[in-house]
Design a protein around this ligand. Structure first.
Ligand SMILES: [Zn+2]
Length: 247
């Protein structure tokens, strides 16, 4: 178990996931979760729902709880709803795996945040809107400054590009599928519009991803699986990975 004391609400939610999936939720600790600044990560295991926590990343209790609920829900959609997960061919490098995982996360997070919102958690953490505000400012300075900004989160240029694109898709997903209050909606909309205007090269990919999402119901396992396969193809990332669903 983790060193954190969880609230009754979170404990109940985790219990519910354990019951519905028939999988125990297990906690691990690591100071490196692949992308700098993240608090918790989900890792697939056939028998458990594994959540790795970065204890060195200070966050409010509410955000940490939301983050744990979020990661546990990644396990829920794999084990209960039979959403896809990647199986890598032998000898693929970690950079490639991270790229593929980021594509999965980009789509899964739209679904996961919706589920946690339905269960009484906030769809995004307290840092999200201030971050979006900063990202709007940066976007106005153009692509080069934008790239420098996202470089803070990863040293890998390919992952950095995908990260930029995923920031747009996550924001667009909130506008497309969530009920937000007017202020939140306005800000997120400003971000997507600024991104579209100033990050032209990146936005081209966003347009294609949006088309794929609109053509497949990503809230169903089969729709999500097809959408991810097509997005991997779009980035030529599909050759060394197979998508699989649990029976
Ligand atoms: Zn996630």
């Amino acid at each position: 178990m983790s060193n954190f004391k969880f609230s009754r609400k979170l404990k109940d939610y985790l219990k519910k996931i354990e019951l519905k999936t028939g999988r125990e939720i297990k906690f691990f600790k690591s100071p490196d979760l692949g992308i700098k600044g993240i608090t918790a990560a989900y890792n697939y295991h056939p028998h458990y729902i594994q959540i790795t926590l970065n204890m060195e990343n200070p966050r409010s209790i509410e955000d940490r709880e939301r983050s744990v609920a979020h990661e546990a829900t990644h396990g829920y959609i794999i084990h209960k709803l039979k959403f896809c997960r990647p199986i890598f061919l032998e000898n693929v490098d970690d950079n490639y795996k991270r790229d593929v995982h980021l594509i999965f996360t980009m789509i899964e997070d739209i679904i996961v945040n919706k589920i946690i919102q339905d269960n009484g958690f906030y769809p995004f953490g307290h840092e999200y809107l201030p971050m979006v505000t900063e990202e709007i400012k940066i976007a106005h300075k153009g692509e080069e400054e934008g790239e420098k900004f996202y470089h803070r989160f990863t040293d890998n240029p390919h992952l950095e590009a995908l990260l930029m694109i995923s920031r747009y898709i996550i924001a667009w997903g909130f506008l497309r599928y969530y009920h937000l209050d007017t202020q939140e909606e306005k800000l997120i909309q400003e971000f997507t519009q600024t991104f579209q205007k100033f990050y032209i090269d990146y936005y081209k990919f966003c347009v294609k991803i949006k088309e794929i999402i609109e053509e497949h119901n990503i809230f169903t396992a089969n729709g999500e699986c097809s959408a991810i396969q097509l997005i991997l193809q779009l980035f030529k990332l599909d050759e060394r990975v197979e998508l699989t669903q649990l029976n």
